[in-house]
Design a protein around this ligand. Structure first.
Ligand code: T1G
Ligand code: NAD
Length: 654
């Protein structure tokens, strides 16, 4: 099998090209090929070497598919030491995203150039790892301790020009990268530029207190994760002793992270997210419909955020509301959201203005006549939704995709009122819709394959993580939330307080405890839904008695200033003795014995409730695979990625 690395002399420049689709990951053959090329170059007539990549990107990292298997030589640190030891000056030429081991490869070169659109980064922390091939040692020597810690602990890639500003990139190449890099290599050779090894450079001046300051900051930001703390230690050892000792510390702590359950969980989610985008049985080349113009019905909590998700991705949006006043309110929410993003530095003024300009408002459905996709996000009222879908069926052009953002309604029943059920699908966004990444794509019984394929592709274009769900009450996430919430209610009656339950779950890693989530979403939502049900349909009264009593007292959660907690002006949750009293009375009334409940029992019962429902969802074929369920809970419900998702966690617990 031919090597994915080729080497050829162009005059006095040795050109090493890596060609290992899709992202030039550093698989063993790539590592071997690079080592062979650099070794060969030491003995030929080359005066400088250029390392570049074919395809869409420079090396995007170590080959994650090799993780968890015995590491094969040449090990990456050894390879990079050989590149750096080269007597011929080595130039890395970067395009696309040079990430992780890919950027570490560039750091082991003596010079780095890139096209302006390139990005560089060390995202290992997102996999529960740390740069394990010199990234924690070479980055500080080139960019300083502070910039290195920012880059490595954030894991966020930076633009080539930003890299140049902090000393990680030496030159931005205009035009063709290969030509530009070879020409620059010729100049370096002609001017006898030194073989500049970053490992031999001293770490620029730094404040010795910087490491403890970073430890304190990370203890808050990345609660319970081991990689962040280890990154600080690696940088500290390398900066305060020697490169060699730093490398030894890096190797030791990298292996500890690699073997940790946290990294196993985060690597599982990395692949699960990508697998979720694949639909079993759907041909990879299923044609996709062209989507350019999007209509959104309803500019409320969800509609505004959905409109922004599409506008931010470059789509023209028409937002429909019932009347001018509601439309004005809806557009007002959008404007406030954009202003907030600009204020927080998430968006430039001009970008926000550009996105906002793509959203037009209307109260006339006729303005949807030529849209390619409609997303309905009106009240959770089945009859209203059916009325709207009938109107859309009469108004929209043939081939337009008609999607509903409903949380619970039957997508098949909505499709049935139209003459085009094959064009109807569920697109279930999560609040706030312009921020939450999860998108449950609800496949109706009659949804056409090309409609499903189009929406799955569209999800990625608007920065969402799509997961296919079948039609059932609550699809995947909200259906699992139900037993989770009921179990929390039961434990309240049995003796655990709201803050004990929430604190136990947040200490375990959940972004937010269940009662705080329900206060955030509003207790009135469930209360209203229950009014439409018979006692039999409502289920065990223990599972909803307390929230009903709270709503009847006007305590609807954050929106009314009190729910399971009372809230101060900064919406901080404050335990309320009146609620404890109310729970005790309800428990007595329902004949529930109260007792002390441990945090372990709380975690165990709540996670089991999620997992047991997840198993039913799998058995019924509502979800394609258990890793899809993990993606739903990590991206939609604040489940910690470091635990891999409910199903992964349960499988590993045995
Ligand atoms: N290894 C193996 N496969 C990878 C891969 C990797 N590093 N990165 C991506 N793929 C696969 C991915 O599974 C998918 O496969 C296809 O490539 C396209 O990816 C020692 C230890 C580069 C920004 O963390 O962030 O280096 O589904 O769908 O949206 O210090 O992939 O087509 O079969 O995501 O255009 C550090 C991870 C590794 C970068 C491209 N590097 N990758 O995004 O395409 S650890 C990373 C990404 C490390 C060293 C340490 C993204 C991307 P398939 P994709 P994309
Ligand atoms: P909302 O009450 O905030 O907004 C609904 C909007 O629809 C209102 O602005 C109303 O004026 C508008 N509307 C009503 N009838 C209309 C009509 N005939 N034409 C045009 N607009 C009309 O509701 P929401 O929270 O945005 O929820 C909307 C949908 O999204 C519901 O189906 C809900 O289940 C679903 N959803 C909500 C959330 C959430 O967390 N709020 C999350 C996911 C999905």
């Amino acid at each position: 099998m031919s090597s994915p690395v080729s080497y050829e002399l162009e005059g006095n420049i040795g050109v090493i090209t890596v060609d290992n689709p899709p992202v030039n990951a550093l698989s063993q053959p790539v590592r071997q090929g690079l080592l062979d090329a650099v070794t060969a170059a030491q003995a030929d007539g080359s005066e400088a070497l250029v390392i570049l990549c074919a395809g869409r990107t420079f090396i995007a990292g170590a080959d994650i598919t090799e993780f968890g298997k015995p590491l094969k030589s040449p090990w990456l640190p050894e390879l990079l030491a050989a590149i750096e030891a080269s007597e011929k000056r080595v130039i890395a030429a970067i395009h696309g995203t040079a990430l992780g081991g890919g950027f570490e490869t560039a750091l082991s070169a003596h010079y780095r150039c890139a096209v302006a659109t390139a990005k560089i980064g060390l995202p290992e922390i997102k996999l529960g790892l740390l740069p394990g091939a010199g990234g924690t040692q070479r980055t500080p020597r080139l960019a300083g301790v502070q910039a290195a810690l920012e880059l490595i602990t954030s894991g966020t890639p930076i633009a080539a020009e930003e890299g140049q500003a902090i000393g990680l990139i030496d030159r931005i190449i205009e035009g063709d990268l290969r030509e530009g890099a070879i020409a620059w290599a010729r100049d370096l050779a002609a001017s006898d530029a030194p073989v500049r090894r970053s490992s031999e450079q001293p770490v620029p001046e730094f404040d010795p207190g910087i490491f403890d300051a970073w430890r304190a900051e990370l203890a808050k930001r990345a609660r319970g994760q081991i990689a962040p703390e280890h990154i600080v230690t690696c940088v500290e050892v390398g900066a305060t002793t020697s490169f060699a000792e730093g490398m030894a510390k890096e190797r030791e702590l990298f292996m500890e992270c690699m073997d940790s359950p946290q990294s196993a969980g985060m690597r599982h989610i990395f692949f699960a997210e990508r697998t979720a985008a694949k639909v079993e049985g759907l041909a990879k080349d299923t044609p996709q419909r062209t989507i350019a113009k999007v209509g959104i019905i309803g500019g409320g909590t969800m509609g505004g955020g959905i409109a922004m998700s599409f506008a931010n991705a470059g789509f023209d949006v028409t937002l429909i509301e019932v009347d001018d006043e509601a439309l004005k309110r809806g557009l007002g929410i959008i404007e406030r959201n954009y202003a907030g993003s600009v204020k927080r530095g998430k968006l430039s003024e001009s970008d926000a203005a550009g996105h906002r300009a793509r959203i037009a408002g209307s109260t006339d459905y006729a303005s949807l006549a030529d849209v390619d996709l409609v997303v309905e996000a009106v009240f959770e009222d089945p009859e209203l939704k059916k009325t709207i879908f009938k109107k859309l069926d009469d108004t929209c052009k043939t081939g337009a995709i008609l999607a509903t953002n409903t949380s619970y309604q039957d997508v098949d029943a909505i499709a049935a009122v139209t003459g085009r059920p094959q064009d109807v699908i569920g697109m279930h966004f999560f609040s706030p819709a312009h921020i939450m990444k999860l998108l449950e794509v609800v496949r109706g019984a009659k949804t056409a394959d090309d409609v499903l394929s189009t929406v799955m592709g569209l999800a990625k274009k608007i920065g969402k993580v799509p997961v296919v769900s079948g039609v059932c009450y609550g699809f995947i996430g909200n259906r699992m939330l139900k037993p989770y919430g009921e179990t929390a209610q039961l434990m309240l009656l049995e003796g655990a307080s709201p803050e004990q339950i929430d604190n136990a779950m947040e200490a375990w890693g959940m972004a937010m405890g269940p009662l705080r989530v329900f206060d955030l979403a509003g207790l009135d939502v469930g209360y209203k839904a229950r009014q439409a049900l018979s006692d039999a349909e409502k289920g065990d009264p223990k599972s909803y008695r307390v929230p009903d009593l709270l709503v009847e007292l006007g305590r609807m959660g954050q929106k009314s200033g009190a729910g399971f907690y009372s809230y101060d002006e900064n919406r901080r949750a404050i335990p309320d003795p009146a609620v404890d009293k109310l729970i005790e009375i309800a428990a007595e009334d329902l004949g529930v014995e109260r007792r002390t409940i441990t945090d372990e029992e709380i975690v165990d019962r709540l996670i089991s409730a999620l997992v047991n429902e997840g198993r039913k969802i799998l058995d019924e074929g509502i979800a394609q695979r258990s890793s899809d369920i993990d993606v739903v809970y990590v991206y939609g419900y604040g489940f910690p990625a470091s635990r891999g998702g409910p199903m992964f966690y349960a499988d590993n617990k045995g």
